[in-house]
Design a protein around this ligand. Structure first.
Ligand SMILES: NC(=O)c1ccc[n+]([C@@H]2O[C@H](COP(=O)([O-])OP(=O)(O)OC[C@H]3O[C@@H](n4cnc5c(N)ncnc54)[C@H](O)[C@@H]3O)[C@@H](O)[C@H]2O)c1
Length: 425
């Protein structure tokens, strides 16, 4: 029997809409067909339109034109944070099922209104909490739910942001200024907050959070340094030099990794010349001590869940290697996930220790440890085959956003304890 082909329209042809999801859809023509795309950036629109073989007349520079009618079975909303809800609402009005990037929104009112609208329209919204779909997160969940560590008591979770990723996204890049985007605890860690409630199997009851912008400030600018790395005498030595991050690192690892290089240039495949052009002229070549950034570079959050499980979440810029480290403490044992070290270790108190290598669980760790692609496989099952298992539904996903809003409220009030119930009213 022939597969159903799910037709897809995408709004926002940047890193997520184009590269992260678009490429997978194109590589799976037996399941997906991209039929319409929208982006006000003409170069991007046509670059991806050509790659995706979208007819010229189905490439929209104007959001208004794009939303004049329903153009596909499903709409991907992959624009920046503050545009998601406006576009999702228009999509629901046209009768689309939706894939919506996280963070859904950093406005409590918008979150509530979208949930209500989705229910009224009786449409499915999948939120891109891609980590839930990774096989290694599923493995941990399966072990905990099997009772192998007894009763879960607490969780210690670190999101190792990594020093250069902090500089890329939160000092120089899209998420550097609070006025323009979601707070970092939401932009970077709504995944982690989502996982904590998923593992705890319970809603968060109380949350408290502390953190600040410690380092990437004008007063830490080295004596005699320039405002742009390519003109700076510290270009070869500064830890955060754009030349080191985008040129030297690219030479060392572009065979295995496209991020962050594909994000600073539209030239694909990336070339050294294009990277140099970007850091000589664009935002990613600015000195990290001379940007107008104001988001945190460290934040620690503690929380209690309704069933008594407690958790800590550290969002830490100042680390060399990335990945999530999560330790689960149970009444009969410990479970230790080290994404960077490629291991999941189960240590039973009665003696048994078992180690899994993450790379033995899957051969696709591309894009959030394989989560981007696994989510799209599930999206096909839900939206083409009517599978009811929407792991990251709007209802499930909105909780992590309330947790992030509460954590930010607490941080801005010196760690004040916030009762989560007030966000659910
Ligand atoms: N799921 C994840 O793990 C994950 C990872 C990274 C980013 N994200 C999220 O994905 C979203 C997109 O991030 P990105 O890195 O792709 O950003 P990006 O800046 O690369 O892409 C956004 C695109 O939207 C386009 N755009 C702007 N206004 C538009 C409009 N009115 N109509 C249509 N297009 C418009 C821009 O021109 C740009 O091409 C963000 O909300 C981000 O937080 C999620």
């Amino acid at each position: 029997m022939q597969n159903k082909i799910l037709t897809v329209a995408i709004i926002g042809m940047g890193a997520r809409g184009g590269y992260a999801y678009g490429t997978y859809l194109v590589e799976h023509p037996e399941k997906f067909k991209i039929v319409a795309i929208c982006d006000p950036d003409e170069y991007r629109l046509n670059k991806w339109g050509d790659y995706m073989s979208v007819p010229i007349e189905q490439r929209y520079l104007s959001e208004d034109e794009f939303f004049k009618e329903k153009r596909a079975d499903v709409l991907f909303v992959t624009t920046m944070d503050r545009l998601h809800v406006r576009m999702a609402n228009k999509g629901l009005d046209l009768g689309y099922n939706l894939l919506v990037e996280k963070p859904i929104s950093d406005s409590e009112e918008e979150l509530k209104s979208l949930v209500e609208h989705a229910h009224k329209a009786n449409k499915t919204i999948m939120v891109c909490h891609v980590l839930r779909y990774t096989v290694w997160i599923k493995k941990c969940k399966e072990i905990i739910d099997s009772g192998a560590i007894g009763q879960l008591v607490s969780i210690d979770h670190t999101e190792n942001v990594v020093y250069w990723h902090e500089a890329h996204s939160f000092v120089r890049g899209n998420w550097h200024k609070r006025e323009d985007c979601a707070p970092m605890i939401m932009a970077k860690c709504c995944h982690d907050l989502d996982l904590l409630q998923y593992f705890a199997h319970s809603r968060c009851k109380y949350i408290s959070s502390m953190g600040d912008l410690r380092y990437f400030k004008k007063e830490n600018k080295p004596e005699g340094s320039a405002d742009r790395c390519t003109n700076c005498k510290y270009m070869e030595t500064c830890t955060y030099s754009a030349k080191r991050i985008y040129i030297d690192m690219w030479h060392n690892c572009h065979e295995v990794q496209d991020f962050p290089f594909t994000l600073i240039t539209d030239v694909y495949p990336v070339t050294e010349e294009a990277l140099y052009d970007s850091i000589r002229n664009g935002r990613y070549g600015k000195c990290v001590f001379a940007c107008d950034n104001n988001v945190v570079d460290n934040q620690t959050t503690i929380m209690t869940f309704e069933n008594g499980v407690t958790a800590t979440l550290k969002m830490e810029a100042f680390v060399r290697e990335g990945g999530r480290d999560i330790r689960f403490f149970g009444t009969d044992g410990e479970l230790d996930l080290r994404e960077g070290l490629n291991t999941i270790t189960l240590k039973k108190f009665n003696g048994e220790t078992k180690v899994w290598k993450i790379t033995d669980l899957t051969d696709d760790l591309h894009g959030h440890g394989g989560g981007d692609h696994e989510m799209l496989k599930q999206l096909y099952n839900v939206m083409a085959l009517n599978d009811k298992n929407v792991e990251t539904s709007i209802d499930a996903s909105v909780e992590s956003h309330y947790m992030a809003l509460a954590a930010e409220e607490s941080r801005l009030n010196n760690g004040q304890l916030i009762e989560m119930s007030k966000y659910r009213k």
